[in-house]
Design a protein around this ligand. Structure first.
Ligand code: DHB
Ligand code: FE
Length: 282
């Protein structure tokens, strides 16, 4: 049977993709951010997941405002990346696992989550930047797992509630644990933490709220699920709604997790950048 080994979170800021391409790892601006990743890469090299479920929010590459699925799951043999205009080098396609994808989709729909299934899907920086941080050289890294991309709408209101995101993760856990093949699975939640890219509050970051989220995502995600979407936008900024991805990831890990590593740094570009490694209880 399949088993879930843990979860990772990472901000997915496009400027990080450019810093990786230019190898700015030791520059004073970037060092405190990149320092958050080697302990996770070390854990990954020991644990080597077969599959990474990458929960991210598409920003207009795979979907656009004319057609915005609330929850979309990739069911393709591979996922291409394209130029989004951020100046980040375009990556080769990422290898998929359509058999697992369809198992997840079947199980989620059985559990009353109405899924958009994508047999073709272009993945944007929300997906690719964390992949490059965790598996340098991705997708060409020799330890690169197969991927299942899951995108949730945080772009066009009405977006899902935090409770729905957590419940989605719980149903995803049920789906993964019922997969008959013996595969080890890692779940990524990308995006966040607090940031707002436009409007009067452009540049808004809320360290206290971010720190509270990083603590409660470990100990009490149910308490976070009670935060309303209005409050989330108020406290985390308009794009801080990407915290929904963290909640989806957390729901998939089960009740108790072991927080092995975390890093928080502000600002990276416009964002409070949070990185975490949560290991599943044996
Ligand atoms: C930034 C952050 C994001 O999450 C994103 O999707 C794009 C840009 C930023 O801080 O620049
Ligand atoms: Fe984003």
């Amino acid at each position: 049977m399949a088993h879930i080994i843990g979860g990772l979170t990472s901000s997915h800021i496009p400027a990080v993709g450019n810093a990786i391409a230019k190898e700015l790892f030791d520059e004073p601006y970037w060092k405190p951010f990149f320092e958050g990743y080697p302990p996770i890469r070390e854990w990954l090299s020991r644990n080597k997941p077969d599959v990474a479920i990458n929960i991210y929010n598409d920003h207009g590459l795979g979907f656009f405002l004319d057609c915005m699925p609330t929850f979309a799951i990739g069911a393709a043999h591979e996922y291409r990346n394209e130029d989004e205009g951020w100046g980040i080098p375009q990556l080769p396609p990422f290898p998929g696992d359509p058999k697992l994808s369809w198992h997840i989709i079947e199980s989620m729909v059985e559990d009353h989550f109405d899924i958009t299934s994508c047999q073709e899907l272009a993945v944007d920086h929300g997906f690719t930047v964390p992949m490059q941080l965790f598996w340098p050289g991705a997708p060409s890294n020799p330890d690169m797992p197969r991927v299942v991309p899951i995108s949730a709408n945080t772009v066009q209101h009405p977006i899902p509630t935090l409770q729905r995101a957590l419940d989605f993760g719980k149903a995803l856990r049920k789906a993964l644990l019922s997969y008959p093949e013996d595969v080890s699975i890692l779940v990524l939640g990308t995006g966040g933490l607090s940031h707002q890219l436009d409007g009067e509050r452009a540049g808004f970051i809320n360290k206290d709220f971010d720190k509270m989220c990083m603590e409660k995502i470990v100990t009490d995600p149910e308490a976070l699920a009670k935060i309303s979407r209005m409050e989330l936008v108020e406290k985390a900024g308009a794009q801080g709604t990407e915290f929904l991805m963290w909640m989806m990831m957390r729901g998939a890990l089960g009740e108790s997790v072991n927080p092995l590593h975390s890093n928080y740094h502000i600002p990276i570009s416009n964002t409070g950048a949070g990185t975490m490694l949560l290991e599943c209880a044996a």
